[in-house]
Design a protein around this ligand. Structure first.
Ligand SMILES: NC(=O)c1ccc[n+]([C@@H]2O[C@H](COP(=O)([O-])OP(=O)(O)OC[C@H]3O[C@@H](n4cnc5c(N)ncnc54)[C@H](O)[C@@H]3O)[C@@H](O)[C@H]2O)c1
Ligand SMILES: [Zn+2]
Ligand SMILES: [Zn+2]
Length: 350
């Protein structure tokens, strides 16, 4: 089958690879209809996250049709339309029972193979899904495939970071980053009742998308942006910052924008090993800082019904729909934010 594999930094190729096989009776093989490129894929692509084996199939956002099921799979059968969270989970360990499915004791991230261990990704014609009964979800009636795809990662991550920041009715919120995660976070914050939702980025077309979802788009590179947010929040700063970037600059900006006693919730994946604010600064601000990988499988119970309700034009963030063979070029566009590239869907079985 065809798949996008890793050869090195900024060096991906779409080529013939072996078919995935059922390796465990709880596995399912899914024919991938839609797969997307995520901001998280950019970390190994750019080399800011290291360790990935050459030959690893990229990609962790996918929706498709069940092709083959292992002998112990009870909930799915060939032909079912399914969507997966970006990590697998067993459904029965202590963490799964707490709803921290991202930290399931046997969790694997699609598209991460290191030293021969791990799970290949979904930017391919077919993908193997371990612990399929607990991992996969059926695409609900009424949901559009392209939007249901987002429940597996960016929409659920937006809901997750909103939950981490304890956004509630009347909250003021600054979302850092108007990439797919930040845009979805702005929707989730409004759904949670936030009154003021600022989305900060420097890319005009991304800020325009944020405005389309009802947020106030602001260029974070302008000095007036911070003044405006302070002005409109009684000089205090926002109750919560949803950091959807993953850089020291964004962490520092989050710290500067949050009020005393507020919360910075970080969905951005960080690779630095020090904080952009000091312990004394955190103390002096009575700061709460929360972070981590989204338990997408748990959040999908909320976000898939939201998708099926069709109240938001989530597909408006999709800038490119391309065949799998154009995946390597699509990574370049997404990496360099060329051609208004915001979200790329790849269609392996088109
Ligand atoms: N926690 C999780 O489980 C989880 C899940 C999915 C994605 N992520 C992470 O979320 C982050 C965002 O993902 P994405 O797909 O939206 O990525 P993206 O790269 O498309 O978007 C990031 C945006 O941040 C903007 N930006 C850069 N520096 C900024 C700053 N200082 N202030 C404000 N905006 C700034 C960029 O212009 C860009 O538009 C990535 O780090 C990704 O790895 C985490
Ligand atoms: Zn992702
Ligand atoms: Zn588990």
């Amino acid at each position: 089958m065809q798949a996008i594999t890793f050869r090195g930094i900024r060096d991906l190729v779409c080529s013939e690879v072996p078919e995935p096989q059922l390796l465990d009776p709880r596995d399912v093989i899914v024919a991938v209809h839609l797969t997307a490129i995520c901001g998280s894929d950019l970390h190994p692509y750019r080399g800011s996250e290291t360790g990935l084996d050459v030959g690893t199939i990229f990609g962790h956002e996918f929706l498709g049709e069940v092709l083959e099921v292992g002998a112990e799979v009870a909930n799915f059968a060939a032909g079912d339309r399914v969507v997966a969270p970006f990590t697998t989970n067993c459904g029965s360990c202590w963490y799964c029972e707490q709803g921290l499915t991202a930290r399931c004791e046997s969790s694997q991230l699609f598209g991460w193979v290191q030293d021969g261990q791990g799970l290949h990704g979904a930017q391919a014609e077919r993908v193997r899904v371990p612990h399929a009964d607990a991992t996969l979800m059926r695409v609900p009636h009424g949901a559009r495939d392209e939007e249901a795809l987002f429940a597996g990662d960016v929409l659920s991550t937006g809901a997750f970071v909103t939950e981490l920041a304890e956004v509630r009715a009347g909250s003021s919120v600054a979302v850092l980053g108007a990439g797919p995660v930040g845009l979805m976070a702005s929707i989730a914050a409004r759904e949670a009742g936030a009154q003021l939702v600022y989305v900060l980025d420097s890319v005009p077309e991304r800020l325009a998308l944020a405005e389309g979802f009802g947020a106030t788009g602001l260029d974070y590179t302008l000095a007036t942006t911070r003044e405006r947010i302070l002005d409109e929040t009684g000089g205090r700063g926002v109750d919560g910052v949803l950091e959807c970037v993953g850089s020291p600059g964004a962490t520092r900006l989050a710290f500067d924008l949050v009020r005393f006693g507020g919360t910075v919730a970080a969905a951005g994946v960080h690779t630095e090993d020090t904080f952009a604010f000091s312990p004394v600064e955190a103390y002096d601000k009575n700061l709460t800082y929360r972070a981590g990988r989204c338990s997408a499988r748990r959040l999908m119970e909320k976000t898939l019904p939201l998708v099926a309700g069709r109240r938001f034009d989530l597909a408006s963030i999709i800038s490119h729909r391309l065949p799998l063979s154009e995946g390597p070029d699509a990574y370049r566009l997404f990496d360099e934010r060329q051609e208004g590239c915001t979200k790329v869907l790849l269609l392996p079985n088109a």
